[in-house]
Design a protein around this ligand. Structure first.
Ligand SMILES: O=C(O)CCC(=O)C(=O)O
Ligand SMILES: [Fe+2]
Length: 360
């Protein structure tokens, strides 16, 4: 995520044929590049970046998929080879793509943007230090939820266990495994009770104010994420049908910023060809999103519930440093998070059907 290094080509440059060797391409004058600007495609329209990468991968090695801007509906797909980008553009441009929810993609070659600092996106968004400042209903942040000693013990416990390496970060799953392709848990594969090292955390969660006891005490899935410096997490809403309504996330070792985005109603999972489709494709109409950011210090516990859990995307920008109230905060050599959830056993019946995979 973070700021894109590539953007939409300047139409004037396209007319001049600038920036590329369009020689053997029948779309004369359009600069060829291994990078594609893909509109009508992204988390705001229900397509996570990893799902997009796996579809575009059929034309060649994909080096990365990035948000093109803050709309959530435009991405940059970076290939290793120009020929892969050309093949994907020919196959996908202007047609409904069955593997991407039937959406009609609008694709151009993308050009390198002037270098920008990796923090300017956060600079434009004030970073809250408390959950109440964000005004997001259902968001809670408890600083110093555990002691530095407990933090060391938790880190030692997970470091003594095997990690699963993903493309940019490492994870461990307890209780039930999480499948990143499906964005869901495999409820048939019970990995056992949550490990004993997490018991003090569960114990303290049970003292969380104003929460239903049954919900707090029956958490049965733990995902441990380890983020190296500069690595974050793509914008997403934890799949409604996978997990119940309380999501706890404990931050360890290093700090980070978590950003929240609520897309305007109707920009989420519209039917292909609907007017919402066109809104997302229109580059000048990308302001339909509310954004908030909160600073997560080590040893703090974040709780997503209600609207914060069901209707707001959360994401961690891929920054090595964050600017928090004019202070430059280094991410540290790693951040480890413990995300505790309860696996859902039936369909979700939340009050946010536009964002709900059980209700669409
Ligand atoms: O690292 C975190 O705090 C959040 C992790 C997360 O959002 C997730 O696993 O769904
Ligand atoms: Fe999440």
């Amino acid at each position: 995520m973070g700021l894109p290094r590539f953007g939409r080509p300047n139409p004037k440059a396209e007319e001049r044929g600038g920036g590329g060797n369009g020689g053997d391409d029948d779309r004369k004058g359009i600069p060829i590049s291994p990078n594609l600007y893909v509109a009508n495609c992204g988390p705001a329209v229900g397509l996570p970046l990893d799902a997009i990468a796996s579809v575009f991968r059929r034309f060649g090695q994909v080096k990365g998929v990035y948000a093109a801007d803050d709309s959530g509906g435009r991405v940059i797909v970076c290939y290793g080879e120009e020929s892969s980008a050309g093949a994907a553009l020919t196959a996908f441009h202007g047609r409904p793509c069955p593997d991407l929810a039937g959406r009609t993609l609008h694709i151009r070659y993308s050009v390198l943007q002037p270098t920008t600092t990796s923090t300017s996106q956060s600079q434009s968004l004030p970073v809250c230090l408390t959950a109440s400042e964000t005004n997001i209903p259902g968001l809670h942040l408890l600083p110093d939820f555990i002691t530095p000693m407990e933090e060391q013990e938790l880190l030692a416990a997970v470091d003594a266990r095997p990690w699963i390496s993903l493309a940019k970060r490492r994870v461990q799953h307890y209780g039930y495994p999480f499948c990143y392709q499906m964005r869901n848990v495999n409820t048939k594969q019970h990995l056992g009770e949550l490990p004993s090292f997490v018991a003090p955390v569960l114990e303290r969660i049970s003292s969380f104010p104003n929460l239903d006891d049954a919900a707090k005490l029956s958490l049965d899935q733990l995902t441990v994420n380890e983020y190296p410096p500069g690595v974050g997490l793509s914008p997403h809403i934890d799949t409604h049908s996978a997990f119940e309504g309380l999501i706890f996330s404990l931050s360890l070792a290093g700090p980070c910023i978590m950003e929240f985005r609520r897309y305007a109603q109707g920009a989420w999972f519209p039917k292909a060809g609907s007017s919402a489709d066109m809104d997302v494709a229109n580059p000048d109409n990308c302001s339909n999103v509310s954004r908030r950011a909160i600073y997560l210090p080590p040893r703090s516990m974040l709780l997503l519930s209600g609207e914060a859990r069901y209707a707001w995307h959360h994401y961690i920008p891929h920054h090595k440093i964050d600017i928090v109230n004019d202070n430059v905060i280094k991410r540290g050599s790693r951040r480890v998070s413990f995300t505790l959830r309860k696996v859902r056993r039936g369909p979700c019946q939340c009050e946010f059907p536009l964002y709900c995979d059980s209700q669409r």
